[in-house]
Write a protein that binds this ligand. Structure first.
Ligand SMILES: [Zn+2]
Length: 236
C-alpha cells in the first residue's frame, strides 16, 4: 500500500511537471496555453491516451514521436521526474499539510523559469508574476517573511541590482544582467528578506561559475542558478 500511495503521489507530481513542460514549450513557440490538446512539435499530431502518461510515455517511446520520430525534449522528461520526486519529498517532510501544497505551487513557476531560460535565454513574465502572487498566501500563513519586510527587501534589492547592472553595462558595453534575472533576485528578497536573499544570491553566483566552466560559453542562462538559490532557501 505504501508503494502504491508513493507511486500515485509521484505520478500526481509528474502530471504537474508535464503540464509545466507543455506550458513552457507553448511559451517558447509563442502559442497560447489554451491551444488545444497536447501535440507533437514535429508533425502536429494530437497525442493519445498512453502517450500522455508522464515519465512512462517518454521511456516507452524512447524519447521520440511515434509517427515522425521527432525528439521529445529531454528537459520535459526531467521536469516530470523532478516534480514527481518533489511531491514525494514534500509529502515525507510535511505530510498532508497546506504548506506542502504551497511549496509545490511555488516550485512550479520556479521550474518554468529554469525551462524557458535554459531553452531560450528568456524568463516569462507569467512565471515571475505567479511567483510574486504566491508570496501573498505564504506571507499570511507565516511560511516566508512578513509582507512589510518582504516588500522593503524587494524594493531595496530591485533598486540596487538595477543600479549595479547599469554600471556594469556602461563598463562592459553590453547587457550584464537580464531584466528577468533582476526581478527574480528582488523576488528572492520578497520571500526571504535581504540577508537570506544575499546567501541565496551567493549560492546562485557559485552555480553560475560552475555552469560557465561546464558550458564554456560567453553567455549562460542565470535564471536556473537563481532558482537553485531560491529553492535552497525555500526548502531549508
Ligand atoms: Zn510527430
Amino acid at each position: 500500500m505504501v508503494f502504491l500511495s508513493d507511486f500515485l503521489l509521484f505520478m500526481t507530481g509528474a502530471c504537474w511537471g508535464s503540464f509545466l513542460a507543455c506550458w513552457c514549450g507553448r511559451l517558447r513557440r509563442g502559442e497560447k496555453i489554451s491551444r488545444g490538446r497536447s501535440h507533437c512539435e514535429g508533425c502536429g499530431r494530437t497525442l493519445r491516451g498512453p502517450e500522455l502518461v508522464p515519465v512512462f510515455s517518454y521511456l516507452f517511446l524512447k524519447g521520440r514521436c511515434r509517427s515522425c520520430g521527432q525528439r521529445i525534449p529531454r528537459q520535459d522528461f526531467l521536469c516530470e521526474v523532478g516534480f514527481g520526486l518533489l511531491a514525494l519529498v514534500l509529502y515525507r517532510r510535511y505530510g498532508l499539510q497546506l504548506q506542502a501544497v504551497w511549496l509545490f505551487a511555488v516550485c512550479l513557476p520556479a521550474g518554468g523559469i529554469c525551462l524557458t531560460d535554459l531553452a531560450s535565454y528568456e524568463i516569462a513574465d507569467a512565471h515571475l508574476f505567479l511567483l510574486g502572487l504566491l508570496f501573498v498566501p505564504g506571507s499570511l500563513a507565516g511560511w516566508c517573511v512578513y509582507w512589510a519586510e518582504g516588500l522593503f527587501s524587494f524594493l531595496v534589492l530591485d533598486g540596487s541590482i538595477l543600479l549595479l547592472s547599469r554600471i556594469m553595462q556602461k563598463l562592459l558595453q553590453k547587457e550584464a544582467l537580464g531584466e528577468g534575472d533582476r526581478i527574480l533576485i528582488a523576488l528572492m528578497g520578497l520571500y526571504f528578506g535581504i540577508c537570506q536573499a544575499s546567501a541565496g544570491l551567493l549560492a546562485a553566483c557559485l552555480a553560475g561559475f560552475v555552469l560557465l566552466a561546464l558550458r564554456r560559453q560567453e553567455r549562460i542562462p542565470f535564471g536556473p542558478c537563481l532558482v537553485l538559490g531560491f529553492v535552497l532557501l525555500l526548502l531549508s
